[in-house]
Design a protein around this ligand. Sequence first.
Ligand SMILES: [Fe+2]
Length: 336
Amino acid sequence: MDSSHYLEQYIASLDMVPLALRELLNIESVPCDIYALKNGLFELILIQESSIDKRLLGQILNNSNGALYTLKNEHKKIIKKQQELLRISTRSLSMGNTIENTKKQMNFLTLNMYYLYLDALDNDTLNLQLQSAHTLSKVLMEMMHTHKELYEDYIGQKHHYILAQPVLSSLFLLGLLKNSKTYIDQDIEAFFLASLLKDVGMSFIPTNKFEKNNLTDSDKKQFLRHPQLSIKILNGRTPLRPHHLKIIEHHHAFSDLRSELSQEMQIRLNPSVNVMLGFETLTTTIMDIIAAMLSDRPYRSASTLLESLEFVKKIMFDQFPTEFKLIVQFFKKYYA
Ligand SMILES: [Fe+2]
């Protein structure tokens, strides 16, 4: 490689952002040039306006190992296209086959969550997420009997766990609260939203380090701060009330990481272990733990629903036996 080519590649690497293959799903043509990394060099594989379909995407995946890139400034064209698909999906959720529409909506919404994590301060992306989640929660409450099918389809999509965990835990929470028959739909919707957005603070934390199982004290501390960061990001920008923000603040009350920290470190964190947990905070936390256990991590494989329930029994049964029974009853009724 001559020096001018080397320089060209070096400059290109500064301007490139990675692109998930699923960002190219459901669009008919690419709005910008797409590159793959081959032998350490960027190679143009799709020119702007090229048509794409599933067959072509399959070929691209085989040839690129899924490592795709586009220019930083051009990425927003793809985001715009995908966000338009979410808008259309939100408008037409109840038209035609609602179950299939809802499966798609959950995927579009997950992709938009990725965009929100890329730029958590973007109001358009946040507002789109709020509107889409509002419509989705209404449909989910009307279709309790389809939740298992939706869950299985969603798990099969293999979204990254950082994005999948809040979606799944919110699906479980909505079902559990609806099944408890103690809340009006409007309240359930707000708890669903709080649960969905509770991890947006992760967007400020480099997630690659959480792919490991041997976190340092400082990593753990940083991770345990994400609820506070979520609140800072969301405060005044959503219809969530102080009560919902409190739920977000304490959604890791049972975190293993907290108990592993040295005493001195624990004192410096908000002492949420000592907070009296209300039913909504407790269930948000427990649904989050179950959703986490159901997905693979780079350092462990996924648990079954039964194994997850056995685990949460260990951590909550002594203190919250009635709540635990409600959770088991819910999963037996809708997910068995
Ligand atoms: Fe979290």
